[in-house]
Design a protein around this ligand. Sequence first.
Ligand code: ADP
Length: 364
Amino acid sequence: MDSTAAGGTGDGPVDHVFNPRAFEGGPTAAAGPERITELGLRPATLEEFVGQDPIVRNLRTHLGAAMGRSEPPDHVLFCGPPGLGKTSLARILSEELGSELQATSGPALDKPRDLLGLLTNLKRGDVFFIDEIHRIPIAVEEYLYTAMEDFRVEMTIDSGPHARVLPITVEPFTLVGATTREGLLSAPFRARFGLVQRLDPYPASDLVLILHRAAKILGVSLDDEGAVLLAERSRGTPRIASRFLKRARDWAQVEGTTVIDGAMAAKTLRNIGVDDQGLEEMDRRILRCLADHLPRPAALKTIAAVIGETEDTIEDVFEPHLLRTGLLQKTSRGRIITGLGLEVIGRDRSELTQSDGAGPLFDS
Ligand code: ADP
């Protein structure tokens, strides 16, 4: 089944070939048994996949049509922030097709040769999943083009006047790419995917369903009030929702309670440092860093250095929610906190307008 090796976080480099079933947590993910439980939480079929209705409909239609023609489905690109279900959908595709999933990630594909072994191992109809596909080097990307279009690759043997090009045939396969940064993919690469699907953050009502499903799998009792509270603080992300649920299960267990109700959910969120806006300590640190920079915007690398996170993690994991909720803005000169952002961390909106004589805050 899967190619196996160490897992990744979805936000940083991973080992050569990784196992998508261990590919769960995000930067604050747990390892070990917690991950094993996480595997059981993944939806295995389109039927079990909650929400993202237009995407599910498109996939169902395309899979049905391709299977009817006895052809592998077109290549698919899933875009969107971490934890929204891109890896789950790649797995579901292979399950629905009854094929195998071979998986790797962009940072593992350093040279075209890394790709060659994986491509030539594919069997007819396999799903070849590349996570963080925006991170593959251009040489590898170009090598993929002929594999995607004509199911063949060309390998150059020897060099100089003795160089020969050896054509190698690849079994027809479906490439599934996942990316948190669609904008970093080159236009020719993106154009080679027949289906480009963008996942949006989930409404709380979908997260409630996801939480109830997860509670059933984990064998915990979750009432509606508890589910709504956890869902509302999960910033539209199923992975965060299930992390909160697991923590609530811990607290309920320690306190000898059998049901995770509103009070237990609220207590858990308080204990793990999630505030009313669903912000966690790292979000607040980013906002405090930006507030300390006022009235100037702060460069991404400055924020990274101050809070001790990578630029990629800030951009992929924390920033989307801060932007969406209007707590942070991006300008051509860097990131800046908004009036609302200042209020959320207990600072005064007037800090925004206090000038240090450095000129206008925003470019026109
Ligand atoms: P991504 O690849 O986008 O980072 P994943 O596919 O790894 O996200 O999803 C993270 C976790 O969230 C999964 O293990 C699964 O438990 C849960 N999840 C994601 N999307 C859904 C969904 N639509 N329905 C149910 N659970 C989901």
